[in-house]
Design a protein around this ligand. Structure first.
Ligand code: G3H
Ligand code: 13P
Ligand code: ZN
Length: 331
């Protein structure tokens, strides 16, 4: 039986993005696949009083089971309220690739969906996105579309190189599709290897510094669709301290480079209203689990390594909300 997002305690992203735009900050969109990630998202955003988008990829639905995942998300809202946290929470489908997947999520209580038609030719992207918007809006579910291609992995689709969003297309796309927000490509990409070492320079400490994002393209886009909510995917910083912790404890992440916090701060002050973060969370969990395994090889209670990993995830998310996205205190 179909269930509405309101009855589960979620909100759609409309009001969130309006406030984010007016307040010059971005709402964090954190991916989750398991209980520890949900607990961290709720506690971090509850404690830092930040609105939050909990997002789920189709891979996450396959991993956790779509029915279990929906009840876990519903439980997350209940847990937040019983802890006294009042922040708005949206449940969002990340990188939906078919109309049917979007319908399935809407029917199971998602308050927002992304239809990612960015790999299709423009007209097909418009047609598919319009179809999803027409369906979603009947239930007041908000829709994110995408124009331009990010390199890296978007669920099962791998793109070898970025194709920046063309500012000349955005107005037409937004008008024709009726989307509520637009994901753009301005130099970010998914995963922990966003740039090749040869694209980067080295600072005094020998740390790789990537080329800046294409804020000139973002400026052009803002001129074409003033005030329209923009979404930044692939926005993990690939935090060097966790990469170092992984490598110091038997891992092998070579030349992993992300988006510097300062670039994200600048984006959050612009019309970018949603910033997607998945890889940084994966790095935190991996780093702490590796450290515990390395330092306490006798340990075999999952709570003893997942617990500290979860606590570190809370710290990382609070830091993002407070010092990068600016969403802390805005709920
Ligand atoms: O954009 C991709 C997200 O990080 C989700 O990744 O498809 O491996 O769950 P996933
Ligand atoms: P990262 O891989 O940079 O965390 O990006 C996540 C993302 O865009 C999810 O849609
Ligand atoms: Zn993404």
């Amino acid at each position: 039986m179909a269930v509405s997002f309101n009855s589960l305690g979620f909100v759609n992203t409309r009001e969130m993005f309006k406030k984010a735009f007016e307040g010059s900050y971005a709402v964090p969109a954190y991916n989750f696949n398991n209980m520890e990630q949900i607990q961290a998202i709720i506690n971090a955003c509850g404690k830092s009083k930040s609105p939050v988008i909990m997002q789920v990829s189709s891979g996450a639905r396959k991993y956790a089971n779509d029915i279990l995942l929906r009840y876990m998300a519903q439980g997350a809202v209940q847990m937040a309220r019983s802890a006294g946290y009042t922040m708005p929470i949206a449940l969002h489908l990340d990188h939906g690739d078919t109309f049917e997947l979007c319908v399935s999520c809407i029917e199971s209580g998602f308050s927002s969906v992304m239809i990612d038609g960015s790999h299709h030719p423009y007209d097909k992207n418009v047609e598919l996105t319009r179809k999803v918007v027409d369906y979603a809006h009947k239930y007041d579910v908000t829709v994110e579309g995408e124009l331009g291609v990010l390199s890296g992995i978007e669920d099962d689709v791998q793109a070898a190189k970025s194709i920046y969003t063309q500012p000349d297309q955005v107005e037409d796309f937004v008008k024709k599709t009726g989307v509520d927000s637009l994901a753009i490509s301005i130099g970010t990409s998914h995963g922990a290897y966003k740039f090749k070492p040869e694209q980067c320079t080295k600072n005094e400490e020998g740390v790789l510094v990537p080329p800046p994002l294409r804020f000139d393209i973002l400026d052009e886009i803002e001129k074409k669709i003033p005030g329209f909510p923009i979404v930044l995917h692939g926005a993990s910083s690939v935090l060097p301290e966790y990469v170092a912790m992984i490598n110091a404890n038997g891992g092998r992440l070579k030349a992993a480079v992300g988006i510097p916090a300062e670039q994200l701060r600048r984006a959050a002050r612009s019309s970018v209203c949603k910033i997607n973060i998945d890889s940084d969370g994966r790095l935190v969990l991996t780093a702490v689990v590796r450290k515990v395994f390395n330092e306490q090889p006798q340990e075999f209670d999952p709570r003893k390594y997942l617990g500290p990993a979860r606590d570190e995830l809370v710290k990382m998310m609070i830091e993002k909300n407070e010092n990068v996205l600016g969403s802390a205190g805005k709920a």
